[in-house]
Design a protein around this ligand. Structure first.
Ligand code: FEO
Length: 181
């Protein structure tokens, strides 16, 4: 059974993952209306992925006899100055998510809840990938050069390829039978 401190920590992470899904949905929508179809594809997949991250926490908390709480919706920014600024925001956001995971992991370790610490390790690894993808996109943007004529078009074409290669995780794929509480 989860102790209250660990349960609260995991519920805090639910808020972060839910907001991530909201943020990427707003970003996808902005890209779509600005004509960045490749970037929109990538961000629509990302918004789904974040929801799965949130649901994985729901299943874990409830399986360990806690109560996963549906968070209130926070309205994310709706406008971005450029595709470059948008992806800089993605990286900053993912770094914040990594910090948050580390904080929740610290709570689990302090409370000697090694089962939860083990569960959170999945998120630690996921964050390595999430940050690396954001950095990779920013590297592509730098290589193409946003001031190149047609630069934004080429950047978006690269995002289209990244989106096509991205498979969205399913809840089943990320939910393993938890050990008995
Ligand atoms: Fe679930 Fe991108 O953090």
């Amino acid at each position: 059974m989860l102790n209250k401190k660990v349960e609260d920590a995991l519920n805090k992470q639910i808020v972060i993952e839910a907001f991530s899904s909201q943020l990427y949905l707003a970003m996808a929508s902005w890209c779509e209306i600005k004509g960045y179809a490749g970037s929109a594809d990538f961000l629509y997949k990302q918004t789904e992925e974040e929801r799965i991250h949130m649901l994985k926490l729901f299943k874990y908390i409830n399986d360990r006899a806690g109560h996963a709480i549906v968070p209130e919706l926070y309205k994310p920014p709706q406008d971005f100055t450029s595709i470059v600024e948008l992806f800089e925001e993605v990286l900053k956001h993912e770094q914040m998510v990594s910090d948050s995971i580390n904080k929740q992991l610290e709570v689990a370790m302090t409370e000697k809840d090694y089962t939860t610490a083990n569960f959170l390790q999945w998120y630690v690894n996921e964050q390595i990938e999430e940050e690396a993808t954001a950095r990779h996109i920013l590297d592509i943007i730098k290589l193409i050069g946003k001031d190149n004529p047609g630069g934004y078009y080429l950047i978006d074409k690269e995002l289209e390829k990244i989106a096509a290669a991205k498979t969205v995780t399913t809840l089943n794929a990320v939910t393993t039978n938890p050990p008995a509480a």
